[in-house]
Design a protein around this ligand. Structure first.
Ligand code: UDP
Ligand code: MG
Length: 339
């Protein structure tokens, strides 16, 4: 089955790295031996996402020493999802595996993912059976997030999965045709379809360093997931809009009747005050929701490249297979070094 692209390897493993100097060498060792046990035909693509520590230097040294690795360095920090997207666009394997750099996703699980792929599945996602060393708060927020997004989203997002997954070339080709910038890859791979299956695994503690997902980023990520995959907030707004219009029609009728049929129409101040406050408040909320969508339309409409590459190591002179999402981004890297 799965034919690789011309002289591409069987497996490409994409590792996004942001300030991972403390662990990256250990990760490379463990990842390489896990992969060698599966197939000699693999490539590891490290994507440096604008690290401010020694990560890029360590990665280029790793690349120099190991012909199975490639390295791209983004021009600044673009965020985890974009870094992974860049890696996917550079990958040439018949299957692409996404894995975190901090050893929270055990590289040994890749063998299980590959086994399922060889049975004919296109997306094999690793599903957390247990999470070690995460705070109650993180587990609890993650839980709420997945429940909420599944209620709202048009595509189901499997519970307790991150981006640790294997995707067949047919799926990565599809992903390259999805140029949206507010990306949530786990939802996008679900949207793509094909045959999908899960493999349970035990999520380890972060090996070293700290999580780059503080609460603020987590909320932004959750909001992206909901707004990019669901128009339900807009529908709720419309629903409330109609509801309150009906209520105000009743209110007007009431006010007119009081005014015309009775003589107790002066002390209506309370009602007016409350309704003004209520409507004003609601309008702010609704404008906010609409603004969320308009903001996204605005950023999509600009059509900027998703990322810019500053350095590439270990690639042939020809640029990577152009993908829709990346046409502009594939522009020759300023500081391109061939090995
Ligand atoms: N990461 C990245 N860019 C960022 C933040 C994170 O490339 O802006 C990488 C990070 O190096 C790691 C992966 O994405 O390999 C997951 O990040 P992290 O472990 O901090 O997230 P958590 O496991 O806490 O959800
Ligand atoms: Mg982590």
């Amino acid at each position: 089955m799965n034919t690789p692209v011309a002289n591409g390897p069987k497996l490409s493993v994409v590792v996004p790295c942001f300030n991972e100097a403390e662990v990256i060498e250990i990760t490379h060792g463990r990842l390489s031996s896990a992969l060698k046990a599966i197939t000699p035909s693999y490539e590891i693509i490290y994507v440096d996402d604008g690290s401010r520590d020694a990560t890029p230097e360590l990665l280029s040294a790793i690349q120099q020493a190991d012909p199975n690795t490639r390295f791209i360095r983004l021009s600044r920090n673009f965020g985890h999802q974009i870094a992974v997207t860049a890696g996917i666009e550079y990958a040439r394997g018949a299957a692409v595996v996404l894995i975190d750099a901090d050893l929270q996703d055990p590289p040994e699980v890749i063998a299980d993912l590959v086994a399922k792929w060889e049975q004919g599945y296109h997306v094999v996602y690793a599903q957390r059976a247990v999470r070690q060393g995460e705070s109650h708060f993180k587990l609890w927020t993650a839980r709420i997030f997945y429940r909420l997004i599944n209620r709202l989203s048009e595509v189901p997002i499997p519970l307790d999965t991150g981006d640790f997954r294997l995707m067949d070339r047919s799926v990565t080709t599809a992903l390259k045709r999805m140029p949206e910038r507010h990306r949530m890859l786990r939802a996008m791979t679900s949207w793509v379809g094909f045959r999908q299956v899960s493999v349970p695994y035990v999520r380890a503690e972060r090996f070293a360093g700290e999580s780059k997902y503080p609460l603020k980023k987590m909320i932004a990520f959750a909001l992206d997931g909901i707004v990019s995959f669901s128009a339900i907030p807009l529908k709720v707004v419309t629903f409330f809009g109609f509801g309150f219009s009906a209520l105000s029609a009743l209110g007007i009728l009431y006010a007119l009747m009081m005014r015309l049929l009775t003589d107790v129409w002066v002390p209506g101040w309370t009602l007016i005050f409350i309704s003004v406050m209520l409507v004003g408040g609601l309008q702010f909320i609704f404008l906010g929701v609409i603004g969320e969508y308009i903001g996204r339309i605005y950023s999509e409409a600009k059509g900027r490249p998703l990322y810019l590459v500053m350095q590439e190591l270990g690639f042939e002179p020809s640029p990577p297979e152009p993908g829709a999402a990346q046409t502009a981004a594939a522009a020759p890297a300023a500081d391109r070094q061939e090995v």
